[in-house]
Design a protein around this ligand. Structure first.
Ligand code: SF4
Ligand code: SF4
Ligand code: FES
Length: 845
């Protein structure tokens, strides 16, 4: 913090750090200076003049070399001849600000009249009406009359799709440039901009498809008028009709804090329906931003395809049944299987669900398995980031190492937070076999062949330690690389160091090697056991870390495990949908029960299907990548027979003779706190604790921060990693990688993660269909050209015996001899796999 400056704003004394803007200093003492173009998360531009104030400074006497004082000894304050913009002027010692004098009021009245010269004043039909800064400030400071003729207003188009997600009403735009600056400054996707001049100036999209950014929805929150609206909310409801419910995004491990706006409506049978999703401020997680997946991909909750009642197979057909019948049948069958039961669950479930699942399964004598191809959750529990970690606190003294991860695709808000840390001076090491967007901010870029991710981390350790790990001959180049050594040195010398490891090109085995190598690097360099240091898994699901914490572990040969059991209890996982090769194994079980939201390919094979509630309908907690436990609440009352997962499992458990909580998630959390040592302090009281956050947003003055919601339901509770609790950690042998590498075969297919995939919770949102691609493969032109494959052609791939048809995309930034295949797109790719391209006649264009 810089030197503290004392000043007075509207009679209130305030002390703020040097460099603070007057508008922010005023906010700290409850003086709300109206703004339009200023936003506390962006650089000021002084474009709209709404924040004009009178500013006085102590009068300096050049003759005496001192400040003049009045008879009482107080400094004489000299006010400038003109008003100044509070959003561009920094505080200075002794400054006096008049934010609400008569002259200031007159200036504001003029500015508002000017802004309204061509504004359509269609508040009654505007989506922003009721929460509109322009409407509110006009009511507060406007004159009520205009000297400009209504007929002379300039008319512009009113429903312009900037893309399929965001619409622009050109008449309403007040040219504040918040949207343009957000895209440029905050998220580095400069895909919209101003075109023309004067009253004809308008926002346009430069990208194809339109407004091509994962963060576009945030512009609708910060637009101070109704010019930008989301296509799923526009004309859908009025703000004053909406109730707000706190929630957590369930799409990735960031765990962005959300507010679900709900309203009763006819199409929901008079019940509540989610009308829109907005960010909820959590400066330690998502600040006031969310990505478009989090904002739009909630419509699966209201999909007509949701399961609504239990189904039991009768004469080969899944047939509606009562819960009692279903529970009895499931409990009898699972108990009958005993130790031949396996419960397979994913990180889509809450901690409460997973706890009850494990308790029930173990009570019966069965085994649990995590449906995940990423390892390392146990290591994150041990050497994960320390309590108090906050990306906002990382600057020049910090190094962030991102390995095997396309951060923007896998966890968009982590991308944003890491980018900001780099802009504040943090060093960034990005290791990936191909270009990813976060490289724009990298201090060190390291390339390695797919399959060599753990070797790369070991090579970094080799350059720091006398005790070397011998790497295979094919990785000698990495081991000797100057780039690797330089990056390792910056990592070791940093005061704070964080590693984010993802799943780019890895399978379970290589992920295990990689996570262990990353944990070792952190231990070796003593970057564990303290805030802003440690390991973060960029997991495929929102609560994969919670699943590890609740005792679930992925298995090496899932097919074999499934095949060898008598009974299978599969919850929130669809192995048959992800890979048809699982179908035969699933069919071999004597009894299969599936607990799901939809009738998935796996559910279609089941003997019993149990309908589960979505995160919108029930409550619970999720543990994010930084091991912050956060709570979500029930927003919509479920009208079908679906139940929360923890409740279903508890009622099965009850029949099997174990008492588990089936009604209140809070009681399950109490049991978790009693039985899972890491969660001993994670009570709902802790999770729901509220702290004052800066900037202050979400209060009455929506003009300052936008329509993001204030967080009054809690910022969550970050767990202590083992080493911060005093557990001893040591270096653990990583072992050789069994993963096939580009150095072993001519052509290797590797899995990568993308944001808009064909996951169950994404495809149910029609709005996103334009963004969800057809199954595709990415190849280097040197790989494809000899076969005559051009951009956009259909090709058939043989993945070690399994054939798939995909569209070929050519990209010079990926290595030769590699085919990138996205996960969760119906392509059965679980790990690096030797591949052949079979070019049919239609395939070659
Ligand atoms: S569209 Fe909204 S945020 Fe963008 S310049 Fe216009 S008023 Fe400002
Ligand atoms: S970054 Fe992740 S958690 Fe945040 S809104 Fe997007 S998908 Fe959800
Ligand atoms: S000029 Fe200060 S808010 Fe626009």
């Amino acid at each position: 913090m810089g030197q503290l400056i004392n000043l007075e704003i509207d009679g209130k004394k305030v002390q703020v750090p040097e460099g603070t803007l007057v508008v922010d200093a005023a906010k700290r003492v409850g003086v709300d200076i109206p703004v339009f173009c200023y936003h506390p998360k962006m650089e000021p531009v002084g474009m709209c003049r709404m924040c004009l104030v009178e500013i006085g400074r102590p009068q300096f006497n050049r003759e005496t070399g001192e400040f003049d004082r009045d008879d009482d000894g107080n400094p004489v304050i000299q006010f400038g001849p003109k008003q100044e913009t509070a959003c561009t002027v920094q505080v200075s010692e002794g400054m006096v600000v008049r934010g609400f004098s008569d002259d200031v009021a007159r200036a504001r009245k003029d500015i508002i009249e000017f802004l309204l010269t061509s504004h359509p004043l269609d508040c009654p039909v505007c989506d922003k009406g009721g929460e509109c800064p322009l409407q509110n400030l006009t009511m507060e400071f406007g004159s009520g009359n205009s000297r400009f003729l209504y007929d002379e207003k300039k008319h512009l188009s009113k429903q312009v799709p900037l893309g399929e997600l965001i619409y622009l009403d050109r008449e309403r735009c007040i040219q504040c440039a918040r949207c343009v600056r957000f895209q440029d400054e905050i998220v580095d996707d400069a895909v919209i901009g101003f075109e023309n001049r004067g009253r004809s100036l308008q926002i346009v999209s430069y990208s194809e498809p339109g407004f091509d950014s994962y963060f576009s929805g945030n512009t609708t929150d910060i637009c101070p008028v109704g010019a930008l609206t989301t296509s799923d909310f526009r004309f859908g409801a009025r703000p004053w009709e909406l109730n707000s419910v706190a929630s957590i995004c369930t799409h990735c491990p960031v765990g962005c804090n959300l507010t679900l706006n709900v309203r009763r409506e006819d199409k929901s049978g008079g019940g509540f329906a989610v009308k829109r999703v907005l960010p909820r401020q959590n400066e330690e997680v998502n600040e006031i931003w969310i990505c478009d997946k989090g904002r739009f991909a909630h419509h699966y909750g209201s999909s007509d395809d949701r399961l609504t009642q239990p189904l039991v197979r009768v004469n080969g057909e899944l047939t509606p049944a009562s819960w009692e019948e279903a529970f009895d049948l499931v409990a009898d069958s699972l108990m009958g299987a005993g130790s031949d039961l396996v419960t397979l669950a994913s990180g889509r479930l809450s901690n409460e669900d997973l706890f009850n699942l494990r308790s029930t399964t173990e009570h019966i004598g069965g085994k649990t398995a995590l449906y995940s191809e990423m390892a390392g959750g146990d290591l994150v529990a041990q050497v994960g980031v320390g309590q108090g970690t906050n990306f906002s606190g990382l600057g020049p003294e910090s190094t962030i190492f991102i390995v095997a991860c396309d951060l923007e695709e896998e966890a968009p808000i982590y991308w944003l937070r890491v980018k900001q840390a780099a802009e504040r001076g943090a060093k960034l090491i990005v290791a990936n076999p191909r270009y990813t967007k976060i490289e724009r901010y990298a201090t060190h870029v390291i390339r390695y062949p797919y399959g060599a991710e753990a070797a790369l981390v070991l090579a970094m350790m080799n350059s720091l330690s006398k005790k070397r790990v011998e790497l295979p001959a094919r990785y000698q180049e990495i081991d000797r690389s100057r780039d690797v050594q330089d990056a390792a040195r910056d990592f070791a010398e940093a005061d704070n160091a964080i590693v984010l490891f993802g799943s780019e090109g890895t399978g379970l085995h290589s992920s295990r090697q990689l996570s262990q190598a990353c944990a070792n690097l952190l231990v070796l360099t003593d970057h564990v056991g303290k805030a802003n240091n440690g390991l973060i898994g960029v997991w495929p699901r929102a609560n994969t870390q919670g699943a590890w914490d609740m005792g679930f572990r992925p298995v090496d040969d899932l097919s074999e495990l499934i095949r060898s059991q008598k009974a299978l209890y599969i919850v929130a996982a669809d192995p048959a949908g992800d890979d048809p090769a699982f179908v035969e194994a699933l069919k071999s079980a004597d009894f299969l029960v599936v607990q799901e939201l939809f009738l998935t390919e796996t559910a279609k094979l089941a003997d019993v299907v149990l309908p589960a509630q979505s995160f919108i309908e029930r409550e619970g907690t999720l543990t994010n990548g930084e091991r912050r436990v956060q709570r979500f609440y029930s927003a919509v009352r479920e009208r079908s027979q679906a139940r929360p997962d923890f409740s279903i499992t508890a009622l099965i458990g009850k029949r099997a003779g174990i008492e588990l909580e089936d009604r209140l998630a809070v009681r399950v959390m109490e049991q978790i706190a009693g039985q899972v040592p890491d969660y001993a302090d994670a009570s709902y009281d802790q999770i729901c604790a509220v702290v004052e956050q800066w900037p202050i947003i979400g209060r009455a003055d929506l003009y300052y921060g936008g329509t993001s919601y204030e967080n009054s339901q809690g910022i969550g509770f970050q767990l202590l990693p083992g080493v911060q609790k005093g557990e001893q950690v040591s270096l653990t042998a990583v072992g050789p990688s069994e993963s096939v590498s580009t150095t072993d075969v001519d052509l290797i297919a590797v899995p990568v993660s993308i944001l808009y995939d064909r996951g169950l919770t994404v495809v149910a949102t029609d709005l996103l269909h334009q963004r969800i691609p057809e199954p595709y493969a990415i190849l280097h032109p040197q790989t494809s050209t000899p076969m005559g494959i051009r951009e956009g052609a259909y090709i058939r791939l043989n993945l070690s015996g399994t054939e798939v048809e995909v569209i070929a995309h050519l990209d010079e930034t990926i290595p030769e001899g590699v085919v990138l295949l996205p996960r969760s797109m119906g392509i059965p790719i679980h790990r690096p796999t030797p591949a052949d391209i079979m070019v049919s006649e239609q395939a070659v264009t």
